[in-house]
Design a binder for this molecule. Structure first.
Ligand SMILES: Nc1nc2c(ncn2[C@@H]2O[C@H](COP(=O)(O)OP(=O)(O)OP(=O)(O)O)[C@@H](O)[C@H]2O)c(=O)[nH]1
Ligand SMILES: [Mg+2]
Length: 531
């Protein structure tokens, strides 16, 4: 078990003494058998979790497969190896991810767990142990200090690891980890149910598509708007559809952007939009982003044919995410649904699993969304684009959707409202420019005044703000190093100081879970008042 790319496959291969595990397992378990030094060995590789994700963000499919691994080595595994790649580091967040995912098998599993650290070379391991800190100590203790270190490139490491496992198994009296029969049965029944439902959905989709194809009218101009949560893969999708590199997908899209190109004989316009936070409802999204969503319609005149709702297929999809998607889409129009296709990205993650199996395994919120779109969905792999087949299929699905409309094929823009919005945005842009100029002027004045003042030898800064606004991270950024505890709630004030350009800069980080009052200010600065 372990995070994605944490080296599970190489550990399996080391144990079996040959390249038995070839392909990466993303969505299902794989089992290999062997005889090594006279021992019969069964090794099961499980799909990994994203190292920084909590179990809540891992897809149901992966969680079910992790639990299902137990049934693949009947009567039960002797040992669970938790693989940790030394080069990736082991933060508190990663520790929590391990804790939550291992706990899917129940608390008893810990007495069968052993940690395997994988490094490319020995010094990397030493450095890893030095920096691993509290998180590493926790994991080691949780596994009763059953830990082993392997160098991935060294083939001779396998027998040593096997010896260690054998020792652990002997110490536990050859006990195996058993899961209650009814739990295993429920897992396998759920798997079967999802497969049956997936097949039904696939047949339904195919039937509807062939019906629509009979009514197909040629479309020479296709206008697409991409909408979805932040980081769902909208910009990458634009690049895949147009076979271009218009915008770098590692950068967040802050404003709508248009791309155009000829795709399989059609003139295609794609509008990319800023994403919403997956767990924010529409009234929590900034007004600017909400307006951008509306503005997207005007960027592909006379109006878009289709909205592609982009969703990562490799992540969990909860009721909160569903509601966030619903609310943001309905900002554009209450009647939008007949023009929406769910577009799953990260198709490369699926491996041998079908999109339908994912939809059926993930649960009701995702199924609701797909149903709301009349069972229209498509999956894209933006990493390996291939020969364009996936884009050709997508264009085909869009045209089939359009065949279902009797009259106007594109979404009408409400012209009066749009003109008002555009005027408002121009006015705000002008105001923003003025504000920027004012700020620059203020800075110039301040700078000239600074020259007449005595130089400061120490600068003290207090960070205030509500819960999870990024105070501790700001502190780290200001001081240029990781001084504060980020990622966990700050419960008491803490101060760090660093010399920057000959000046001491002191930053005081404060807890943010209560509102800022003058009492708090006094308390948090008490240590400084005497300075
Ligand atoms: N493996 C894989 N990675 C993908 C895929 N699609 C997108 N990504 C990666 O996901 C990350 C986010 O992709 P973007 O295209 O920037 O996502 P976005 O929705 O435009 O993000 P925002 O503009 O911030 O809302 C990038 O690192 C992409 O390389 C895919 O199909 N497979
Ligand atoms: Mg983007």
């Amino acid at each position: 078990m372990g995070g994605r790319n944490s080296g599970k496959r190489s550990v399996g291969n080391l144990l079996l003494g040959k390249e038995e595990f070839v392909t990466r397992e993303r969505t299902s378990c794989s089992r290999r058998l062997g005889v090594v030094a006279g021992r019969r060995l069964a090794v099961v590789d499980t799909p990994g979790w994203w190292c920084d994700f909590s179990a809540q963000d891992t897809s149901q499919l992966v969680k079910r497969e992790i639990a299902n691994s137990v049934s693949l080595c009947s009567p039960g595994p002797h040992v669970f190896l938790i693989t940790i790649k030394a080069s990736s580091g082991f933060s508190e967040k990663r520790r929590r991810a391990v804790e939550e995912h291992v706990a899917l098998l129940g608390e008893r599993v810990w007495s069968h767990c052993m940690v395997v650290f994988i490094s490319a070379y020995r010094s990397e391991h030493t450095e890893f142990l030095r920096t691993g800190g509290e998180a590493l100590r926790w994991l080691s203790k949780k596994c009763s200090h059953r830990c082993h270190h392997v160098i991935s490139s060294n083939d001779t490491e396998g027998p040593e690891l096997l010896e260690k496992i054998q020792k652990v198994v002997k110490e536990s009296g050859h006990r195996v980890f058993e899961m209650q029969e009814h739990i295993l049965k429920a897992i396998s029944e759920e798997k079967r149910r999802a497969e049956v439902e997936a097949q039904k959905r696939f047949v339904r989709m195919k039937k509807h598509r062939s019906l629509m194809r009979e009514r197909l009218r040629p479309v020479t101009d296709v206008r697409i708007v991409l909408v979805g949560a932040k980081g769902s893969g909208k910009t990458s999708t634009l690049n895949t559809i147009l076979n271009s590199k218009i915008n770098h997908p590692t950068r967040r899209t802050a404003q709508c952007m248009v791309g155009r190109g000829a795709v399989f004989g059609r003139q295609v316009t794609v509008v990319d939009t800023p994403g919403w936070w997956r767990n924010y409802y529409s009234d929590e999204s900034p007004v600017f982003d909400r307006r951008q969503l509306l503005l997207s319609l005007s960027l592909c005149p006379p109006g878009p044919h289709v909205f592609l709702l982009v969703i990562r297929v490799d992540r969990a999809f909860t009721e909160t995410y569903r509601r966030a998607a619903q609310e943001h889409l309905q900002l554009i129009s209450e009647h939008i649904w007949s023009r929406v296709i769910v577009l799953f990205t990260f198709g490369d993650w699926l491996g041998g699993t079908t999109t339908e199996q994912c939809i059926e395994s993930e649960g009701e919120p995702l199924q609701w969304l797909v149903e709301r779109c009349d069972n229209r969905y498509h999956v894209l792999n933006n990493k390996t684009k291939g020969d364009g087949f996936q884009v050709r299929e997508l264009i085909g699905k869009i045209e089939e959707m359009l065949a279902g409309f009797d009259a106007e094929q594109h979404c009408e823009i409400e012209r009066k409202g749009m003109a008002q919005l555009q005027r408002k945005m121009i006015r705000e842009e002008q105001k923003a420019k003025k504000r920027l100029m004012r700020k620059e002027k203020q800075r110039q004045i301040a700078k000239s005044q600074l020259e007449t003042l005595n130089p400061l030898h120490e600068l003290r800064i207090v960070l205030l703000g509500s819960w999870k606004t990024g105070k501790s991270s700001c502190g780290d950024t200001i001081l240029g190093r990781e001084c504060f505890h980020t990622g966990t709630e700050t419960t008491s004030c803490s101060e760090n100081r660093v010399k920057i350009s000959g000046k001491t800069v002191a930053v005081l980080d404060t807890p943010g879970c209560f509102s800022v009052t003058s009492d708090l200010l006094e308390a948090s600065c008490a240590s400084w008042l005497s300075m």
